[in-house]
Design a protein around this ligand. Structure first.
Ligand SMILES: *[C@@H]1O[C@H](CO)[C@@H](O)[C@H](O)[C@H]1NC(C)=O
Ligand SMILES: *[C@@H]1O[C@H](CO)[C@@H](O)[C@H](O)[C@H]1NC(C)=O
Ligand SMILES: *[C@@H]1O[C@H](CO)[C@@H](O)[C@H](O)[C@H]1NC(C)=O
Ligand SMILES: *[C@@H]1O[C@H](CO)[C@@H](O)[C@H](O)[C@H]1NC(C)=O
Length: 354
């Protein structure tokens, strides 16, 4: 356990490194770019109390108990009636622009050339889904990322509507290799609309304690204790995100043109992105399912589809399993605990050239 002295030393060091980082980043952007970013930040960082007031009166009732999510430390308190979110900084926007420059402008698009997936698809009508996934800290290089996601999508590929949520190790976005709660949305096939977490207007936060980007510091241990989170994306007029049994917020229906009457696909699994000249990062636990399922493989368990009225378990024959590079990342279905017909196990060491 860290003493108060080492903790305060750590915060001083953190502050210093953030300031150095800002100094370096500022040196490389023009005044014009700076003004544009200031403008974007004003739009994105609306006063939190104002955005709280836009919250709908009717919050959908939780349909199932989830596992208790990890909350913020007790010493962070919000004024009554306000919502705490991680504010988007100029540094975040610079990182987002840098990703575009590096050609990573379609991050987490499973169809992108720099992406590899090991996942399962439920190619049928739905109003969202709920899943329980174990959390890992796969090793990634600074220009890479490793995700575990639930995707809900609809529409033709150029106009694809997507909401996705799960965990990720994404050093380029967060300037750290922590595992974090990460979401993305797009209304046009990852082209011009949408973003991660709060990087553009879209997601409406309602939860005063759980923010997107939350560090998930309870990681699973290979051949040891497994740590789970439960994620739900559920349509109830708007598209709601639940973390455990807590509603975090929602994506307004108006962001999407093809998801008024639900969605056509639900997908869950792993995705990695990597520049083509680097050996690709680990996915999930960094081990193949064939190396052992119990306490060893990354998984999605108890995945259920929300049919608008209730949660249903998809049957094995309704699911399409895929891996874009089975020699690097595998996906496998195995019987779940009754009445759940199947669980997904996925992942691998990577280290291949994409
Ligand atoms: C993250 O980076 C730190 C410091 O560079 C390193 O000690 C740690 O092992 C890394 N963690 C992972 C999961 O790669
Ligand atoms: C992306 O958006 C731009 C600007 O709206 C458009 O010109 C382009 O055709 C779109 N690209 C794709 C692949 O849809
Ligand atoms: C996994 O853990 C068990 C004990 O829980 C141990 O007997 C076994 O050797 C371990 N296997 C590996 C591959 O570490
Ligand atoms: C998995 O881990 C749990 C908790 O550490 C342990 O009780 C169980 O015996 C392990 N199972 C296997 C097959 O290693």
């Amino acid at each position: 356990m860290a003493t108060a002295a080492t903790r305060s030393m750590k915060s001083v060091l953190l502050l210093l490194s953030v300031q150095i980082m800002f100094g370096l980043l500022h040196a490389v952007i023009s005044e014009e770019e700076n003004q544009e970013m200031e403008r974007q930040l004003r739009v994105i960082n609306k006063p939190p109390i104002k955005s709280f007031k836009t919250r709908p009166k009717h919050v959908p009732k939780s349909t199932m108990e989830g596992e208790s999510p990890r909350l913020l430390p007790d010493n962070i308190k919000c004024p009554p009636g306000s919502v705490l979110i991680r504010r988007t900084t100029k540094e975040d926007l610079i990182m987002a622009n840098k990703m575009k420059t590096l050609g990573l402008n379609h991050p987490t698009n499973p169809a992108a050339p720099d992406a590899n997936t090991a996942a399962v698809r439920y190619p049928k009508h739905n109003f969202g889904a709920r899943t329980t996934m174990n959390v890992w800290g796969p090793t990634t290089l600074p220009g890479q990322a490793s995700f575990a996601n639930l995707w809900i999508s609809s529409g033709p590929s150029e106009e694809l509507n997507v909401i996705q949520a799960g965990w990720a190790v994404f050093p380029m976005l967060f300037s750290s290799n922590n595992t974090r709660l990460l979401t993305y949305w797009t209304g046009d096939g990852y082209n011009t609309t949408g973003c991660f977490n709060y990087l553009c207007p879209g997601f409406v936060q309602i939860n005063p304690k759980i923010s997107l980007g939350l560090v998930l510091d309870q990681l699973s241990v290979y051949n040891g204790t497994q740590r789970d989170i439960q994620i739900s994306i559920i349509k109830n007029a708007n598209w709601w995100l639940q973390f455990g049994n807590q509603f975090v917020g929602y994506w307004p229906q108006k962001l999407f043109s093809y998801m008024h009457d639900g969605a056509d696909n639900a997908v869950w699994g792993g995705l990695v992105i990597s520049p083509s000249n680097e050996p690709s990062p680990a996915m999930g636990s960094g081990h193949f399912p064939k190396d052992g399922l119990q306490n060893k493989s990354a998984y999605f368990k108890n995945t259920q589809i929300w049919d608008g009225a209730k949660l249903i378990y998809p049957s094995r024959d309704q699911l399409a399993l895929s891996s874009s590079r089975p020699d690097c990342y595998e996906a496998e279905l195995a019987p779940g605990v009754a009445p759940n017909p199947v669980d997904l196990f996925y992942g691998g060491p990577g280290q291949c050239h994409i």
